[in-house]
Design a protein around this ligand. Sequence first.
Ligand code: ADP
Length: 212
Amino acid sequence: MELTKRQEEIIRIVKAEGPITGEHIADKLELTRATLRPDLAILTMSGLLEARPRVGYFYSGKSTQTIMAERLARIKVDDIKSLPVIISEKRFVYDSIVTMFTEDVGTLFVVDENGCLEGAVSRKDLLKITIGGGDFRKMPVGMVMTRMPNIVCTSPEETVFIAARKLIIHQVDALPVVVKTRLDGDREVLKVVGRFTKTNITRLFVELIEGH
Ligand code: ADP
């Protein structure tokens, strides 16, 4: 976060004299309280200053890096996930190749008739099959996918940090975002509600730097 000259000046005063009221900071800078209000709001929202009613402002002692890291650690998968791109396990390898092209994704999640997670199929799985020379127009996608319970998943409430770590540790490009539900009264299954990929993280990175 880049501070203006005035904001830096405010930080310097609060560091030296805090807790200090907005009135007093304004006096020291020979400005009105109203002029300072937006700067004080930015500095408190960013976590650099803390404000206590009837006491005043004091310096939080946190570096901008610490504040940024704390913010990043709070972002949830639900905040940045994409829509899931799914295919029925009854469809053929050929259909999954077409879906990858039309949906412009590198991983499809394979689901049963209830939309519950059965597996994942990636570009390399499809390349392997075509190299192997099988008839991919007749081969069900279920034959080439990675199957549950070997799918690494995330959930809407999981932090982006934990989900990103899963991508690295398990060396995959995408995680299905799932929620647990019970079918037929009892059977616990995973419904696919989204897709979390390296692209989501790249987009977040760019947006954070652009200041969204
Ligand atoms: P690529 O095909 O570009 O290498 P990945 O690295 O994501 O794509 O996939 C590597 C392997 O891992 C493939 O066999 C794929 O089926 C499997 N896979 C993909 N996503 C997952 C996941 N979330 N959990 C477990 N396995 C996965």
